[in-house]
Design a binder for this molecule. Structure first.
Ligand code: UD1
Ligand code: UDP
Length: 364
């Protein structure tokens, strides 16, 4: 039996192809939701739109400090693993949910006649920003080093893992499940012709912005600099900055009392609407990991408002540029990406990653 552990917006989206593959192939599995994300537009909307069954368990952990959130998730997961005794636990990406799932399973000794703990499979293994001040980098390093199965999206991710001494036989280059999720959902999303119209937008006539990284939005000077740079991009191009705002960012902008110019602020969107906005944007400016991948898959140019990326493949193919957070460098990066050719090839696989992972875990 497979335990699929998820808890945040990107976990739900990126685990959806794996859940679908379990359903299609009659694989015994259950879904454990940690409740790290819980607002309707960060959680339930994705289950509804992606046609996923409701989670079998929900820990309802909610928002907490890193240690408290991780500890509560571990305690809740351990209880369920002891009862359900899965053969393998799957975690995704670099969230506190992935960290806690990995740690709890790695010390859960429930296998009949064996002194080994439950195996962990890390989906999206081997990503590195090489910046350990990011909570995500810490989480993904721990998850990689404790996992039995490392599902690396690309050869580069495999190389990083090998360099850290992880044995090659644990690593499987599978592609990234985001390609499956985008392809499976794009058709449905295209039927939503209303997304742009409802927002008063037309194709290629707006910039799409997402921001939520702790290091960007929890620091007043840094966030102000980013918002000023974006406002200048709006002034120069005369195009609106459409900004589906992450709850963390909304909270910080309010508490810092920052003023926004040139933005059309909207609530976080479901995946169908967001894919529409993303695929028709003139340019996307973001600090999101998943959005860097999706723009690359959709052949839409991307400017990453960070000092590093753990998705260097997007930069290598010419789809993305790492701008830093200084207003001048964000403006220069936007200018460069506005004139780039959009003919790159998607480096994240063929859209069959979910099936590939399930096949590795359930041979025969
Ligand atoms: C988390 C992940 C991050 C990931 C992001 C995806 C960690 C350390 N961070 O960051 O890697 O990129 O999810 O979006 O795991 N909030 C709500 N409703 C929700 C969820 C959050 O209002 O459903 C607000 C709360 O004020 C909360 C804040 O957002 O304090 C941050 O939430 P949290 O889950 O701690 O971190 P994210 O920034 O979402
Ligand atoms: N996303 C969404 N609605 C939004 C913003 C993002 O559906 O308003 C999706 C986006 O398509 C991508 C995922 O959320 O698949 C990225 O999540 P996020 O940026 O929160 O986290 P990260 O990928 O940086 O961990």
């Amino acid at each position: 039996m497979i335990a699929v552990i998820l808890g945040t917006r990107p976990d739900i989206i990126k685990m959806s192809p794996i859940i679908r593959s379990c359903e299609k192939n009659g694989v015994d599995y259950f879904v454990l939701h940690t409740g790290q994300h819980y607002s309707y537009e960060m959680d339930r909307v994705f289950f509804e739109e992606l046609g996923l069954p409701a989670p079998d368990f929900n820990l309802d952990v909610g928002s907490k400090s890193h240690a408290e959130q991780t500890g509560l998730i571990m305690t809740g997961i351990e209880k369920i693993l002891k009862k359900e005794r899965p053969d393998v636990v799957l975690v995704q990406g670099d969230t506190n949910t992935a960290l806690a799932g990995t740690l709890a399973a790695s010390k859960c000794y429930v296998r009949e006649g064996s002194s080994q703990p439950i195996d962990v499979g890390h989906v999206e293994a081997g990503l590195r920003s090489f910046d350990r001040s990011m909570p995500e980098e810490v989480n993904r390093i721990v998850a990689d080093h404790l996992s039995r199965y490392l599902f690396a999206p690309t050869e580069k991710a495999r190389e990083y893992l090998c360099r850290e001494g992880i044995p090659d036989e644990k690593i499987f280059v599978t592609g990234n499940t985001i390609v499956d999720a985008v392809r499976e959902t794009l058709f449905l999303s295209k039927k939503r012709a209303d997304t742009l119209r409802d927002l008063g937008l037309s194709c290629d006539s707006y910039f799409l912005v997402t921001l939520h990284r702790q290091e960007n939005v929890d620091n007043k000077q840094r966030l102000k600099g980013i918002l000023d740079g974006l406002a200048q991009i709006h002034e120069r191009a005369g195009m609106l900055l459409v900004f589906p705002i992450h709850p963390r960012t909304e909270r910080m902008i309010t508490s810092f009392g920052l003023k926004l110019k040139g933005f059309q602020i909207i609530k976080p969107l479901g995946f169908l609407d967001f894919l529409q906005l993303e695929s028709h944007a003139r340019l996307v400016l973001t600090d999101s990991g998943g959005v860097q991948e999706e723009t690359c898959i959709l052949n839409v140019p991307c400017v990453t408002i960070r000092d590093s990326t753990e998705r260097p493949e997007t930069v290598d193919v010419g789809a993305n540029i790492i701008a830093g957070v200084d207003p001048v460098s964000i403006i220069e990066a936007a200018d460069r990406m506005l004139t780039c050719s959009r003919s790159w090839k998607n480096p994240f696989g063929d859209g069959k990653t979910g099936d590939r992972i399930i096949k590795i875990l359930t041979p025969m």
